[in-house]
Each structure stands twice: as structure tokens, then as C-alpha cells.
Design a protein. Structure first.
Length: 163
């Protein structure tokens, strides 16, 4: 097999290689566990990175919505109410909600900006329903707009479907 000449020439390498093979044989279980642990860590990092990306996209979306909603509150949206004075209550607007003029009972004109006390704003579509809803969390902006209508005799549009 090995001649004495080859043994003398490569003795250190052969011994080192043998020890390495024996070490690998004994530690194969540890290596396997470490590789699996690394795979789990990579999967966890990937999941967390995906969540972080989604959160950042959500924040950007909310900021854009808030700009639109703030503009609607500043430029004049009409708050939606239920009931009759003095028992008027603000109601939340939702997508595809049909709102009517309190006096005529007709749907509001297309393009009318409506809002509620929760920070939601929308625009009346050609079908007469609320669409393109945007939300702002700026409570001061909402309060400032709604303050203008409290106790007034202005005929606010109503949602006849809400209690």
C-alpha cells in the first residue's frame, strides 16, 4: 500500500488527514445540528425582514392617506350625521355607503367630499356612494372641522341606515 518512502515524505499530512477524518466522523452530528440551526436562523431573519418591509410599506401608505384626508378636512368636507337636532350623532362613513340630503332625500352630488368624526374622508362617486376613503389620525384637524358644525342650523347630510 504505502511504501516507506511515501510514508516518510508525507507522514505529517497523512496523520493530520487521518485525525481530521476521525474528528469529522465524531462531530458529524454537531455539524448537522449547526447547519440546521443556521437554516432556522436564516428563515427567521427572512420572515422578520418581510414583516419589516410590510410595516414600512404600510406606514408609507398611511402617510399618503393622511395627506389626502388632511387636505379634505382643510378644504372643506361635509360631516355625516344621524338623527335630528339636538340629538345629532356623527356616524362613521364606509365604502359604498349611500348618503342623502336631509331635506330633499336625494343622494349627494358626485364629487362631494364627506367626512366623519373618526378621521375618515371620502368622495361621492357617480353612483352616489362614498368611495376613495382616506384616513387621518390628526385628531386636532378633525376636531377643528367638526367644531364648525356643532349647534349650527346647517342641514348636514345623513345616513338613514344607521341607528
Amino acid at each position: 500500500m504505502l511504501t516507506s518512502r511515501q510514508w516518510r515524505k508525507h507522514k505529517t499530512t497523512i496523520i493530520f488527514g487521518g485525525i481530521t477524518l476521525i474528528s469529522l466522523a465524531f462531530s458529524s452530528g454537531d455539524i448537522s445540528r449547526n447547519m440546521q440551526s443556521i437554516s432556522n436562523i436564516k428563515a427567521t431573519i427572512a420572515t422578520q425582514s418581510e414583516k419589516q418591509t410590510k410595516l414600512e410599506q404600510q406606514i408609507a401608505f398611511e402617510q399618503e392617506q393622511a395627506k389626502i384626508a388632511n387636505t379634505r378636512y382643510q378644504e372643506g368636507c361635509i360631516p355625516i350625521v344621524f338623527g335630528t337636532y339636538p340629538n345629532i350623532r356623527y356616524v362613521t362613513i364606509v365604502e359604498d355607503q349611500i348618503l342623502t340630503d336631509r331635506i330633499t332625500g336625494r343622494t349627494l352630488p358626485s364629487g362631494t367630499r364627506v367626512c366623519d368624526a373618526n378621521g375618515n374622508t371620502g368622495v361621492i362617486s357617480e353612483k352616489g356612494a362614498v368611495g376613495v376613503i382616506a384616513f387621518t389620525g390628526d385628531r386636532d384637524m378633525v376636531a377643528k372641522r367638526l367644531k364648525r358644525f356643532r349647534g349650527g342650523t346647517y342641514s348636514q347630510p345623513i345616513d338613514r341606515g344607521n341607528p
